[in-house]
Design a protein around this ligand. Structure first.
Ligand code: GTP
Length: 610
């Protein structure tokens, strides 16, 4: 007969499954796992035989085969949660059958068993993470599981049941890997807070290191120092490499805070932690320690090339399979490298500015992602309700087989689509921004010379009859600056650009050509018509006499040279002649347009009150 208390005892063995065979067998002998002929025992024997291949030798049942559907049905009726876990472990880690695992999750959704769904989701997340290298889907599953998964209150079944600490831990690291540092820090905080209560021994040195790096990077120095001090204390009982990283982490916090005396203290910490024995006696750890300490020292002293060299030597050492390093070392080293780069960018204002720009966009992208993620965790209830509605509908029309839980797939798909779309949008914005910066005048938002020359080159490439260019220069602009100040001068330039833009036809183009000069390209137009447009612009501009930066009322005019392109061999000739005509316009009293064919000019509105 099936026995519920046996379940607990079998699950209890999970944590010994990788121990030496004798110890594991000794533990199993304290239960009836090796002798019971029940469905549950068969399932557990199958699970444990995977890690302990000689299990059959000790069992009454020398043939250990995969549980049958009948076994699973019996198991499920006995306890749904244990059933879901056992099956998920087999499908996820022994069979590695992702499709069946997803089907198991759907089965639990149909059953409305939240605890079981959370467990299957957790197993799914690890499968995505470890076997599929798919951290996004892993993240989706973890966030899905998070609201319903329980903290590790019962260490006896640790491992067989996934706990909230583990889920938070994975979210913390995945978000960090995705570059979502702020969210990573938030989940890290939750992970630390919970684990300190339930299982502080499971918080690793790498967890601490990252937490200190994240807090300090986010400027949360109080928290950073708190984590750093805990790390130092904990590292005292740890490996020499733990102690080293604890010191390096503290150095980073000091350097990032950079209060008076911080750098000195950081350098002192570094010099104290250099290996003190003779170089000939160094082992790999000493070597690594010296490299790391010297790299940080060089970084703090702004000797960047030396720092990078040392870090790269260190990475070589850490990647050497012969040496006793963890894989996390490489991750930690990347963090250190990032810190040194960031610290030394200080002197390069330009680089920092552009970096900030990028980070700003990056921030927006991550916000979008974070928002999507926040809502994901709350989807489980919706899924269950949806399935219930579907189930009722299906019962009504006696089509029970048509219960679809496509919603699950939709969530994950949506997440991926959102991410890809925001990434694409971000890249697009970046490209647009670069393009915009390269081709736009920042003051007037008019296209710049470079942009115009591209267009002019094209205008010259085609038969160019009927295309005109006009060069505009604001009259007595220096006086505007001298009388009302540069800010007002700027305002006039912006107004002028705006008027030009509003008066041009859609086929025309213009640019800010120089200080107070604008160059216009007017397509398929006669010289007199083009001149009309210029007069129209001048008239509109003369109507503007109120300014934000001054209470004075005045308006400005401009002089203009205008030519038709077909008369010239290249752009330079055309512009040079245009400039000459502009000069003539200035000499003739300003406020007019001079063309080759038309010498008549109307003074519309010379500068009135300046
Ligand atoms: N406020 C402001 N002034 C600028 C800018 N670019 C150039 N200037 C000023 O524009 C003025 C141009 O003056 P000038 O070329 O001497 O000629 P003008 O005063 O316009 O007189 P005419 O062209 O002879 O009518 C200079 O004083 C420049 O400092 C700008 O972006 N903002």
């Amino acid at each position: 007969a099936e026995d519920e208390s046996a379940l607990y005892q079998y699950a209890n063995l999970f944590k010994y499954r990788n121990d030496a065979s004798t110890r594991f067998i000794e533990k199993t002998k304290q239960t009836d796992l090796l002798t019971a002929n029940t469905a549950v025992a068969r399932v557990f024997r199958f699970i444990y035989s995977h890690a302990q291949s000689d299990l059959a030798e000790y069992s009454l049942f020398p043939h250990i085969s995969e549980p049958t559907d009948a076994d699973w049905n019996t198991f499920k009726e006995l306890d749904e949660l244990y059933y879901a876990n056992a099956k998920a472990l087999i499908l996820g880690f022994i069979k590695r059958d992702l499709d069946k695992l997803i089907r198991l999750k759907k089965e639990m959704i149909v059953a409305g068993n939240k605890a079981a769904i959370a467990q299957v989701s957790s197993v799914l997340s690890i499968v995505y993470l470890d076997y599929e290298q798919d951290s996004l889907n892993a993240l989706a599953e973890l966030l899905y599981a998070l609201p319903e998964i329980q903290p590790n209150m019962n260490k006896a079944v640790y491992g067989f049941f996934y706990d909230k600490e583990l889920v938070l831990f994975h979210i913390y690291w995945i978000l960090y890997d995705l570059g979502a540092y702020e969210s990573s820090y938030q989940y890290g905080k939750a992970y630390f807070a919970l684990s300190k209560e339930t299982s502080p021994e499971l918080i690793s040195s790498a967890d601490y290191f990252l937490m200190v790096m994240l807090a300090s990077q986010l400027g949360l120095f109080e928290e950073a120092f708190a984590y750093s001090d805990e790390f130092l204390t904990k590292a005292e009982q740890g490996q020499p490499s733990d102690q080293l990283y604890a010191i390096l982490a503290k150095v980073v916090v000091l350097a990032r805070r950079n209060a008076p005396g911080d750098i000195e203290q950081a350098l002192k910490l570094l010099s104290l932690s250099k290996p003190d024995i003779q170089r000939e006696d160094w082992n790999a750890i000493d070597e690594a320690r010296a490299l790391a300490v010297n790299a940080m020292e060089a970084g703090l002293q702004r000797n960047v090339s030396k720092a990078y060299q040392l870090i790269s030597d260190l990475k070589l050492l850490a990647n050497d399979p012969a040496e006793p390093f963890h894989s996390v070392d490489t991750k930690n080293l990347t963090e250190l490298e990032r810190f040194i780069a960031e610290y030394n960018l200080d002197s390069e204002l330009a680089a920092i500015t552009s970096l900030k720009l990028v980070q700003h966009e990056h921030g927006k992208l991550l916000n979008a992602l974070n928002n999507r993620l926040d809502s994901l965790g709350r989807e489980m209830q919706a899924d269950i309700e949806l399935v219930n509605v579907e189930k009722m509908k299906a019962q009504n029309i006696t089509q029970r087989q048509a219960i679809e839980t496509a919603n699950l797939k939709t969530i994950i798909l949506l997440l991926v689509i959102t991410l890809v779309a925001t990434l694409a949008a971000w890249l697009f914005v970046q490209r647009r921004r670069t393009h915009h910066l390269a081709y736009t005048d920042p003051l007037t938002s008019a296209p710049n010379r470079r942009f115009m020359f591209n267009l002019l080159a094209k205008a010259f490439a085609k038969p160019r009859t009927g295309n005109c260019i006009a060069l505009i220069d604001i009259d007595h602009f220096k006086r505007v600056n001298d009388t009302y100040g540069h800010q007002t001068g700027d305002e006039v330039l912006v107004a002028c650009s705006r008027v030009i833009r509003s008066r041009l036809r859609s086929t025309d183009q213009y640019c800010r050509y120089g200080g107070e000069e604008f160059l216009l390209l007017l397509k398929e137009i006669s010289v007199p018509k083009a001149k009309d447009i210029m007069d129209d612009i001048r008239l509109s501009l003369s109507g503007i006499n109120k300014w934000q930066s001054t209470s004075a009322n005045f308006s400005v005019s401009f002089s203009c040279g205008l030519v038709e392109l077909s008369q010239y061999n290249d752009i330079d000739d055309a512009i040079a002649h245009c400039d000459k005509l502009l000069y003539t316009a200035k000499n003739k009293g300003r406020g007019r347009t001079i063309t080759t064919s038309l010498e008549n000019d109307i003074v519309v509105n010379p500068l009135q009150t300046v």
